[in-house]
Ligand binder design. Structure first.
Ligand code: G3H
Ligand code: 13P
Ligand code: NA
Ligand code: ZN
Length: 305
């Protein structure tokens, strides 16, 4: 069933588990996400970025809504990194049930102002809202506190931000970054900061940049002719711990990009004569489903729907 973000994330926060919010850009990605959720009885969020809306538009939103509506588990359609009030409103008109307004690159007051406008409009339509405070970006474990504080989310400021905006869930900067290169070895994530913010705020917290960049997928990517540098993602145990401290929405895009490309490359390499799209995109869908299943098990959302 198609539900709002709050319907999924409030129970997740209360139950100390995470729900994957996976980026989609086409039918196969959407099927992998929602069909895996059904198989595992897991709630799930499907998110489209502004780039995904540019690419797939209302057609793609309708595919997500249709599969979600027929699904046997709760599914939300979420706008990822909405850059303006207008963008959030457009998504709501397209049928999204959750929207992110990302005004985190502005100063605090401007972020509050823009977020509050979106919250007022979205709540009037029964849609829930994600906002962001702080700056995403990989950091080193041992950098001085002042430098961390310059862009990671300040706990007291987060409380003020939520009070002043009424946002339903909050994306916090905790050291993670987007993409396949999150840092050397086991990328640092500021668990103490998550725990502090989780003590002060009862709403669901959101972790962006949460792909694991699994070594096995990276190795298969290389074996199938792909080129990738010193890739590293968020360790499974670090995500498990973050969900104990208040992270309820866990954003994953990179892992599905890598998995789908592995599936496609493996077919094209092994079967140069193949040109049936179903034999090419089908295996990509299967590799994505495996990665999604692993993530749902790590987050603890399996069996919660
Ligand atoms: O946060 C970024 C997501 O990975 C979406 O990326 O804007 O290229 O669709 P995109
Ligand atoms: P990854 O690049 O780690 O998959 O993060 C995706 C994300 O945060 C989308 O908002
Ligand atoms: Na988002
Ligand atoms: Zn993000």
């Amino acid at each position: 069933m198609l539900v709002t973000g709050n319907d999924i994330l409030i129970p997740a926060r209360a139950g100390k588990y995470g729900v994957g919010s996976f980026n989609t850009n086409n039918m196969e990605i959407t099927q992998a996400i929602i069909h895996t959720a059904e198989k595992l009885r897991s709630p799930v969020m499907v998110q489209m970025s502004e780039g995904a809306i540019k690419y797939g538009g209302q057609d793609l939103a309708n595919i997500v809504k249709d599969i979600a509506t027929r699904a046997s588990v709760p599914v939300a359609l979420h706008l990822d990194h909405g850059s303006s009030y207008e963008s959030a409103l457009r998504a709501i008109k397209m049928g999204f049930t959750s929207v992110m307004i990302d005004a985190s690159h502005h100063g605090f007051e401007e972020n509050v102002h823009e977020t509050r406008r979106v919250v007022e409009a979205a709540h009037a339509m029964g849609i829930s809202v994600e906002a962001e405070l702080g700056r995403l970006g990989g950091i080193e474990e041992h950098i001085v506190v002042d430098e961390k504080d310059a862009f990671l989310t300040d706990p007291e400021e987060a409380v003020q931000f939520v009070e002043q905006t009424g946002t339903d869930y909050l994306a916090i900067a905790i050291g993670t970054s987007h993409g396949a290169y999150k840092g050397k070895g086991r990328p640092y994530i500021d668990q103490a900061r998550i725990a502090r913010i989780g003590e002060l705020l009862g709403i669901p917290l959101v972790a962006h940049g949460s792909s694991g960049v699994p070594a096995e997928i990276v190795q298969r990517f290389r074996a199938a002719g792909g080129e990738i540098g010193e890739a590293a993602g968020i360790d499974d145990d670090d995500l498990r711990e973050a969900c104990q401290h208040g992270i309820a929405k866990v954003n994953v895009d990179t892992d599905l990009r890598l998995a789908s490309t592995v599936g496609i490359r493996e077919v094209l390499t092994a079967s140069p004569k193949e040109f049936d799209p179903r034999k090419i995109f089908g295996p990509a869908r299967d590799v994505m489903a495996q990665v999604i299943e692993h993530k749902m098990r790590v987050l603890g959302s399996v069996g919660k729907a």
